[in-house]
Each structure stands twice: as structure tokens, then as C-alpha cells.
Ligand binder design. Sequence first.
Ligand code: ZN
Length: 672
Amino acid sequence: MNNPLLDPAGLPRFSEIRPEHVGPALDTLLGEARAALERAVGPEVPPDYDALSAVLDVATERLGRAWGAVSHLEHVADTPELRAAYNANLPRVTEFYTALGADERLYAKIKAVATGPGAAALAPPRQRALANALRDFVLGGAELQGQAKARFQQIQQRCADLAQTYSEHVLDATDRWLLYVDEARLAGVPDDVREAACAAAAAEGREGARLTLRAPCYQPLMQYAHDRVLREQLHRAYATRASDLGEPALDNSAPMRELLELRAEQARLLGQASYAHLSLVPKMADSPAQVLGFLRDLARRARPHAERDLAELRDYAAAELGIADLQPWDLAYASERLKQARYSFSDQEVRQYLTEPRVLEGLLRIVETVFEVAIRPDHAPTWHPDVRFYRIERGGELLAQFYLDPYARAGKRAGAWMDDVRGRWRRPDAGLQTPVAHLVCNFTPPVAGRPALLTHDDLITLLHEFGHGLHHMLTRVDDLGVAGIAGVEWDAVELPSQFMENYGWEWDVIRRLSAHADSGQPLPRALFDKMLAAKNFQSGLQMLRQVEFALFDMRLHLEPDAPARITALADEVRDEVSVVPRAPYNRYPHAFSHIFAGGYSAGYYSYKWAEVLSADAWAAFEEAGVFDPDTGRRYRREILETGGSRPAIDNFRAFRGREPAVDALLRHQGMA
Ligand code: ZN
């Protein structure tokens, strides 16, 4: 049998994997994993870390690695045949992992390992891996008995259904709203948006333009349309989507209330005071009170800056736009005009200086300098000729390898991401397995004879994904469950990625990374200064907006009476935090999918939380020099190399010698 997905050794044979390999490979691998689980929970495997790992981890890791290769190809080299094979097999893979996470016999076995005679002698990373595994079982309801257990499972199912209903309402409310207007009313709107709206009307045999609430239409209209009455109409429609002020069949009020009540009940069943408390159990933040204090501190410190931002906007709107009473539907419009007036430069202008070979070369040299490694091209089978493959070494020792898939193309999913191919692991059945990562971007490909040109956003994206990649690849932990990004708390996982973004805002770095495609000249300093100023445009207002959402989310999942007063609570939080005018009809909670239908319930704060950590870590480099090898070594050892083997707060303290502080973030955003 020559199924490349069943090759247990080495790197995935990407160039040989065909859709017809998927089903048979999963028959084998799922069969082996199920058999391994049966063996692992039986009497022949003693309650010993290595014995359990040798049976269960070896089989599940092999399954995970093969399925990872399939889903990676489905993301970056999709074909109808591959998608069909992926979709046909996804349910049984999901089903296996769900059953694994709820297997009571396995829970008992892991508990026996954690409390057995050898447990105290286990190295701290292994103890942490065990503790995480037990915690996840408990949060999945493994300790519940009888009626409580049945009720817990019932709640989980009902919550999944309600979240689905909620999303469908938001989607339908967004899709069903349409407005047909004369093209003349779109004055100010960019040509491509206007043309698309007119083409949509023409396709229905109508005159004029067809407007929708979908982002590619709604956002540019709110930013650019001179027609104030039109903006108000769009704003009202958008802000009342899926609410009591919209179409009754799509009102999310009842699903929201039920979801919040069920989440609170779920938390009580697990012995937690609220869903907010439950959400924080596996996270870095200690308690809802700590998060509330953190958010309120940010709000207090950003407020004067936000007030100044708003005063400037009001003055500009009155003097230049003839808008004397700034309304909610004017904010995006007036802001865009003010931004244009102050910092006009084009992405196209910047792109001419950011040629891909030079940027990539410069980025690799930075990583080599700061983290004391050598990065060289390497060879491996890939899925497309544009894909590159590299190895990372230190003193001749192979640390890790990575694929870089830079360009957009047909069959490749949009966006950018880091994914693991395999994790670092001192295998019970072989030697040391070094980590391998995917770095995937969607840059505009080069045109014949010229290098690819990156926007500054592209550069920041590349740095961000590199940060995730280094977190995964520079680990020195030998236990799969806590090596690299595995086991890192969810609200700390963006620290290394956002940290790396800072290099894209350093003049010293940009000077070296840039070279004009024709002249070879570095990016002019004056242009860079404009970019920097534009980055911090209205940072006070933006900070308060994010804090408002995060505070609302936390209180919503913390306060017992919140389910019955969602809109009132949203108003209360707005009155506490916000400085901008707000329409009384605003029902943003009814379309806040992050917290009602995504994974961010009682977790929206984590955006700001991780930003504070990364900014404060970066400040250590600003103090010592952004290429300082000593600081780089400390950061590497205490944060990247330890990863999930230690609580994130311990990693941070070990690096910084103190608790995280918000000052650096405020300073970086011009709010010092
Ligand atoms: Zn990220």
C-alpha cells in the first residue's frame, strides 16, 4: 500500500496526496486511534505517563498529522474532489475527537496518572500537561453525575442550536435589507463600489444603484457618501439588524436571553459563580474583577485622548464639512475626510519600496540576529511551485522547519495564518521530533520580470504570522501537549505575534527592509512619519470603542440580572465609557456574533489584554535596543521556548521582572 497519508516518518508528501487517498487513510488511522484508546483505558496500560503516551499519543498524533495535511491542502490547494473528500471525512474526525474528550475511562486513567506514585517526580511541563487535560475534562462535565450530567449535555446542545439561530438571524437581516437609489446619491463613493452597486441593480433590470448592508457596500458608503440622509438611513438599518426594532421573525432578543441564562446555568453546574468565571478558568486572566479593573483603567487613561479626538473631529466637521451637529452616521464619514486631509498617502506609493525579496531577506536577518539562529533554504515536497521551505538551526542543531506560501491564487483561502505541521516531541517510540510550521499569506503575486510588491499591511501580516511561527518553532519543551503554541492560554496566544508586528513600525527596520523597485532607494523618512501618524489616528476613540464592547461582554456574563436587561446594560456601559454620539435605536448586541455565536463570550477583552502584553514586552526591546541580543535571548528563553509549559503570567514575569503594565501600549498608540 502506497498511501502517502500513511507514511509515518518525515514530512508530509504534499505533492503526492490525492483526494482518493483521504478516505482509505482515515479508515486506517481512525481505526488505529480507536484501538489505541481502547488499549489505553484497559488494564494492560499502567497509570504511567510514558506508558499512556506511547499508546494513545502516538496513535492520535499520527491521525492529527495526516488530517492536518488534508485540511491544509483543502485550505491552500482546493479542488472539488478534495473538498468532497474533506467534507465526507470531517464528521468522523470531529466525532472521534469529541468522543475522546468525553471518554470517562480515559479521564479516570489520566487522573490515576496525575495522582499515582510517579506523579510527584514528573517534570513540571508534564504536570502541567496533565493538569490541563484534567481541567478540560472537568469543564466538559466529566465530574457531573446523573441528572446534572444529562442537563449539562442538554444545555450544550441547546446553546449550539441557539448560537446557530443567532448567526442565521444576523446573516438574514443583513442580506434581506435592500435599498435602490439614484446613482447621483452616491457622490463621494469610490468608483469600484459605485460600479458594483449599479451593476447589481442592472442585473435585476433596474435603474440606479442597489445598496446592501454587507461590509463591502455598507462600510465604504458610511465612510465616503456625501449624502447625509442616505447615511442616516443606512445607519439605522445596520444598527437595528436582528433586533426588536427590525423584522420580528429575525429578532435575536429571545435567543440572546436564553443563551445567557443557559450559560449561567452551565457555570453553576460546574461550581462556578458565573459564566464569566467559567470562561476565565483556562485563561491567563485570574478573575472577572481583574478584567473589569483592567478595562476600566484603560478607559480612564484613554478618555482624555478620545475627548481630544472627538473635539478635533467636531471642529473639522463644522468648519470643513458644514456639519454642526455631529451624529452617529457622520462619524465614519467625517473621520475619513479628516484622515485624508491630514495624512494623505497611498498604499501604492508605499508598495514601490517594499519589494518582497528584500523584505523577506531583511526579516530573516532580524530573526537570526535577535533569536540567535541561522535560517537557510531547505527541500521538501510542496503543493505549489511558489511555496518555499526553510530550516532553522542554532550551532548546527536543527531546531525547526517551515513552509512559506506567500501569494494569493485560485483554490487558496483568503487571509493569513500560521498552522502547525507537527509539534516538538521527544517521542516515546522514536527520538526527538522537531517542530514544523506553515506560514500562509495572500500577497499579490509578482508580475513577469518584477518582484512582488507588498503593502505595509502585508509586511505587518508577515511579521505577525512569523511571530506565531517562532512561538511554535523555537520551543525547547519536549512534551507534545505543552510544546510550542500547544497549551498556551487563549488570551496570551497573540503575544508573540503582535510583538513581532512592532518591527514593522521601527524606522531602523523599515530603512533596511525597503528598496524602491526601480531606484533601489529606501522608503523616505517623511513618508514613514506620515504612516506612523496615520496609524495612531483617533487611537483614543478606537480604544474606548473596544473597551466598551469588552466591558459589556464581561458584565453581560457576570451579572445575574443581565439576561433580562441586555439593551439597558449596553446603554449603561456606553454611558460609562463612550464619548461619541450614539443613536437611541442602536442595538449592536443583537448582531454581536463574536460573543453570542463565536468563541469570544466573556473573552472579548483578550484583544486588549494580549496587546498590553505584547506592547510591554516590546518596550523591553525599546529600552535596550530593538536588536539587542541579551533582551532577545531572555525573551526567547522565558516566553518562546517555555510556551505553554508554564503559566503565561509566569513567563511574562520571568522576562520582564514585573507584572504587565498598560503604559507601553498607550505610548505606542500616541496616548502617553
Ligand atoms: Zn494571530
